[in-house]
Design a protein around this ligand. Structure first.
Ligand code: ACO
Length: 322
């Protein structure tokens, strides 16, 4: 048994900040941000737009797309590194908000690879026939973890949520590879505020915001993403030409372009929405999948590769058939 995607959904916060707005807040420009990253604007959560609220809205859309009722879900996973509450977990809050009363619920944190790792986890449960239907959600309020005085990172990130509904089927296909390189983890860090405020009383609070060695992350992504995609293609016995779309974590337009070049596959096969959403970490892949689904760009039978990479360092790729 393998989980097949039966529906997708997403949520974008109401408030939108374009690059011009940021250029009034700090010494930056639309030209610099677009040129280096491909980002033109990002959505910023406000009011009650928490990780759990956005995840619930995305989940409701995915359930409606799948024509399923919340009570039919057996497993509900939320991938996030920015949940406002440690307990209850965001997945339990989503359960309450949407009425998925029969689901086992928990959160995962695999940074920007988190959605793929959550998908792998759901597939393991479905493959063992422990559960039949799963909701897998990526939801992030990265604007809360962003140091708005650090122009080298704050221009990159945005908030949002994406969700998929999976149902176990006999003939579905899902082939994955996932890896971690903990020894290079210092390239992307964010320290817990509890740790800094209550344990190290005089600590520097700047480390409680996302910090990044941009060049190191860039090098990591452009070498490891083609490698793990090739690993999945080999495992599946597929050629790269058979793949309709490569949906990559939306960290940077130049990373996507570089992977396309490394793979010697046209950029048109690499959908992007980073211009409108920025980097939404573990929400980026389901947001992209939902956008392409809603635009009617995905046909039954299409082979799709999803690939995530990020803090940890973690990375992975998954092949599925639409
Ligand atoms: N506006 C204007 N100038 C800026 C800004 C800004 N927002 N940020 C930095 N600069 C300046 C720097 O101060 C520096 O100026 P200097 O030459 O006078 O010292 C200059 O621009 C170059 O700065 P670099 O940090 O060297 O810029 P770089 O070319 O490396 O681009 C970037 C930075 C876009 C982050 C790049 O390293 C990158 O693409 N990294 C990939 C990592 C990534 O995308 N991470 C996203 C999050 S992680 C993830 O999702 C996996």
């Amino acid at each position: 048994m393998v989980g097949k995607i039966k529906g997708t959904g997403s949520y974008r916060p109401v408030q939108v900040w374009d690059n011009d707005k940021l250029s009034h807040m700090m010494d930056t420009s639309d030209e610099w941000i677009r040129g280096r990253t491909g980002i033109g604007q990002r959505h910023i959560a406000s009011g009650g737009e928490t990780v759990a609220y956005m995840a619930a809205r995305a989940a409701e859309e995915a359930l409606s797309d799948a024509r399923m009722r919340p009570e039919e879900i057996d497993l509900l996973l939320v991938s996030t590194m920015s949940s406002e509450r440690i307990m209850p977990c965001a997945a339990c809050e989503v359960q309450k908000l949407i009425g998925a009363v029969n689901a086992a619920c928990f959160d995962l944190n695999g940074a920007c690879t988190g959605f793929l790792l959550a998908l792998n986890t759901a597939q393991a449960y479905l493959g063992q026939q422990i559960y039949r239907r799963a909701l897998v959600i990526g939801s992030e309020t990265l604007s809360h973890l962003t140091n708005w005085e650090d122009r080298s990172t704050c221009v990159l990130f945005g908030d949002g949520a994406g969700a998929v509904v999976l149902e176990a089927e006999e003939n579905a296909v899902y082939i994955q590879a996932a890896h971690s390189i903990g020894s290079r983890g210092e390239a992307l860090t964010c320290v817990s505020r509890n740790q800094q405020q209550f344990i190290e009383k005089d600590a520097d609070l700047s480390s409680t915001y996302m910090q990044m060695d941009g060049k190191e992350v860039f090098k990591f992504a452009v070498s490891k993403v083609p490698e793990v995609i090739t690993e999945v293609l080999e495992k599946a016995g597929k050629t790269k030409e058979e793949i309709r779309f490569y949906m990559l974590h939306q960290a940077n337009k130049r990373i996507v372009a570089s992977v396309s070049k490394h793979m010697n596959e046209p950029l048109e096969k690499y959908p992007m929405n980073i211009e409108n959403l920025g980097n939404t970490s573990s929400a980026s892949i389901p947001l992209l999948l939902d956008e392409w689904n809603k635009k009617g760009r995905l046909n039954s039978g299409d082979w799709i590769i999803l690939s995530g990479f990020g803090g940890g360092l973690t990375y992975g790729a998954s092949l599925l058939q639409w």
